[in-house]
Design a protein. Structure first.
Length: 256
């Protein structure tokens, strides 16, 4: 009887330990908890000591393009420049042009960036990108956190194309974007198949990759013509150049 009680007690302890470990892991993956790790009042393009302790990396210091290159290029493209300690493009015309992407690839991560739009500007943060000459643009393989002044975009747009959307998949659940000329804060968490998009402190998109809903949306819209879209779980992150002017600064990333 004593042996049975001992075994039962050990089993209970094991279950409790498992629950505690899972709970702890879950709390560290909470997108809002990750979001709270950032100091919104810190000087742009810098990391605080607390952010460093939490594992955040600075992907752009406002001065150099180190860590970035043009998609399918070896170097940094001339159509991008650093202006007012921000990445921005010099391309005009409103058509897709040369994106810049991270040198490194990422699987599970939290990504933070500030952006500012000009009138009618269009851009985006594309992730899980495969770099290969058989693709012309990053959006052929990776999902996009849409960045756009849809109010002044010349063409009619659907909800899944507006600011904060997961482009051509999920419309934003809220519209917390700021007026033209003001800085917006974009925050993206990719944790396995779970993706969360936050804009200016508000969750605008949440979805599960490879879920039945995701597959249905993928197979019934724009991405039908892009067979490798959404195929990769690990990839580069890009700042999209759509031939309109957008500024990006304060780019930070945490590997999960």
């Amino acid at each position: 009887m004593i042996e049975m009680k001992t075994v039962t007690f050990k089993i209970i302890l094991g279950i409790m330990a498992f629950v505690i470990i899972c709970s702890a892991k879950s709390s560290t993956r909470d997108p809002l908890a990750l979001y709270a790790e950032l100091d919104k009042n810190a000087t742009p393009n810098t990391l605080t000591s607390k952010e460093k302790e939490k594992g955040w990396q600075l992907l752009f210091d406002g001065k150099k393009s180190d860590g970035w290159h043009g998609y399918n290029l070896k170097g940094f493209p001339d159509c991008w420049t650093i202006e007012d300690e921000s990445f921005t493009m010099v391309t005009t015309g409103g058509q897709e042009s040369q994106d810049i992407i991270t040198n490194s690839v990422y699987r599970n991560f939290a990504f933070s960036v500030d952006y500012k739009l000009t009138k009618g500007a269009n851009s985006g943060i594309i992730f899980q990108i495969a770099e290969d000459p058989k693709y012309k643009f990053p959006y052929e393989t990776g999902p996009e956190f849409q960045v756009i002044d849809h109010t002044n975009w010349p063409d009619k747009l659907e909800d899944v194309q507006t600011n904060g959307a997961n482009y051509a998949m999920y419309p934003p659940m809220a519209k917390p974007y700021k007026p033209l000329g003001e800085w917006n804060h974009l925050f993206l968490v990719v944790d396995g198949n779970y993706v969360t998009q936050i804009l200016n402190d508000v969750i605008v998109v949440r979805y599960e990759k490879n879920s039945e809903e995701w597959k249905k949306l993928k197979d019934s819209g724009k991405w039908v013509n892009f067979p490798d879209w959404g195929k990769f779980d690990e990839g580069h992150i890009s700042l999209q150049n759509h031939g309109t002017k957008v500024w990006y600064r304060n780019i930070k990333l945490k590997v999960l």
